[in-house]
Design a binder for this molecule. Sequence first.
Ligand SMILES: C[S@@+](CC[C@H](N)C(=O)[O-])C[C@H]1O[C@@H](n2cnc3c(N)ncnc32)[C@H](O)[C@@H]1O
Length: 578
Amino acid sequence: MPIFAESVDSLALVQDSSASWARQGARMPAVAYCESPSVPADEFVRWFLDVSQPKAARRTIGPVARCATQPIAPVAFNLPDRKSLASTIERWTASEPKLAGWIEAGVPPTQALSRFGSSLIRANHIQKGLEVFHAVTALNPEDPLHWSNFGVALDLAGALNESAACLERSLIISRAQPDTWLQLGNVRKKLSDSTRAEKAYKAALEFDANAPLAWQCLGLLKEEQSDFPAAIDCYTACIERGGGGAAIHSNVGKLCYRIGRFADAHQNFAKSLEQDPSNVRVRTNEQKLRFIRSMVERNDAQEAFASLNQYLPGDFPISESDQRTIVETAFGVLAGFGYTSEALSVGHLSMSLWPNQPSLEYLMGALAGGKGPDRSPREYIVEHFDRFADQFDSQLVGALGYDIPKKLCDVVKKALGNASLGDVLDAGCGTGLCGPELRPIARKLTGVDLSSRMLEQAEKRGGYDELVCDDLLSFLGRSPRRFDLIVAADLVIYFGELSSLLTSAAYAMRPGGLLAFSTESFLGDTFRLLPSGRFAHPPHYVERAARPEFALVSCAPTTVRLEGTERVSGNLFIFRRL
Ligand SMILES: C[S@@+](CC[C@H](N)C(=O)[O-])C[C@H]1O[C@@H](n2cnc3c(N)ncnc32)[C@H](O)[C@@H]1O
């Protein structure tokens, strides 16, 4: 059977017999069509579906539509023959006055059916719409538009593999269809095939570089891939071509802010506000970025603060609590992006306006350099994490790629092997991200944390037998020989000098128990207080501090999270209590 198989991405034509082509197939055919008119269409389509779908999908999905919002009956991809089609169309014409009217008025049957199919889809009668587009495609399989419509209907029905196959078929017949490429990109994205989704979006832009929607979709894909500079470029291209509006400006502002392009961020929030002056969130962002931008460009905190009271049209006076939030946020953001002297100026401004801020004093000390205290003050921990608790998971896990709980617990499970369950402490448990990892290996799981708001989140997540609001050192001091395993994810960074922490941990552990924790890296002799207000430790310092009571099991380098656009590197330690 001579077969032409074609990849719509490259449009490279391959000619071979089906069997040897499929055998070659390190690469699955994206689309294929049969050269020989003697091969029955059904047989060809069955072959095509068989080789064109990933093995797993073949087993689980096959050429059957999956359900989306409403149950969809199985849809055979193979096209019905004209004879059976004639009676179906007769039936529809008899029962659907709208369709009958179009045919009577002289609209050609395929066009009338196509209109009918579209009206059904618009009215959310997806199953019937699918049947109609199936029929229209069978009536005229050379028309790419019908394959595109059929593909769209299949997408709406949730039959994504089949939808992609139809859209690809359409594009084989005619490549110059930007909308179909765009649709194919969206379907591939839903199929989590982002590489080929990107190719489809780019093909759409090849045929219509001025299509704002294609730029927007490509931008969305880039944003999901965390390629923020590329996402910003795509969204900007969308805006330049008349797409978007206030929301897209605000989104570009948000991405620019995230990667420290403060002037661009401010400009975009200001444009968004111009278009939608009643949007309170955008107004707050515009004010915040106005302040930060002014600091970066002129480093004059008084002037930047005064700029907060220059209202934009439609604006109203900014409250003192909003002013304070902006100043506090700006301090953290400027420090995080390495604008040390600007952050310190903002810190001094804040202290002059709102005196008695021990946490800010601590952070300014950290930023200014110097040895700093031996550990982060309790008031700072409580204030910082109580305030952060609601956004902790979305910020740290979502935006900053924090996955130390999983990585640390994986190392622990490896070290434990088949050891039996024991009493486990999640030290500095926070919102309880380690809970689900530790629950299966714990007879009794206890969490301790200084921040009551973080503990509320851990309680909601569940899985702990006991949650205690206390300072870790006090808690350990009250728990002699109680634990077989202590896990501390991202906790040791709040201690500089480690011997008192490690001695307390040793006191609370049973001999042979494991102590697992993460640290942030630092190349020096001893610990260092970083501008972030967290401590970093060189591995040899940690090992030295643990030595009298613990034996090192393993120390593995890791990435802790992102800081601005930089990766923060650290280590995962496991010690055994001697
Ligand atoms: C960065 S969070 C990590 C939370 C959790 N372990 C995780 O990995 O998601 C650090 C947690 O340690 C807590 N913490 C810091 N110092 C503490 C101390 N001395 N005693 C108890 N909890 C402390 C903080 O309140 C915060 O919840």
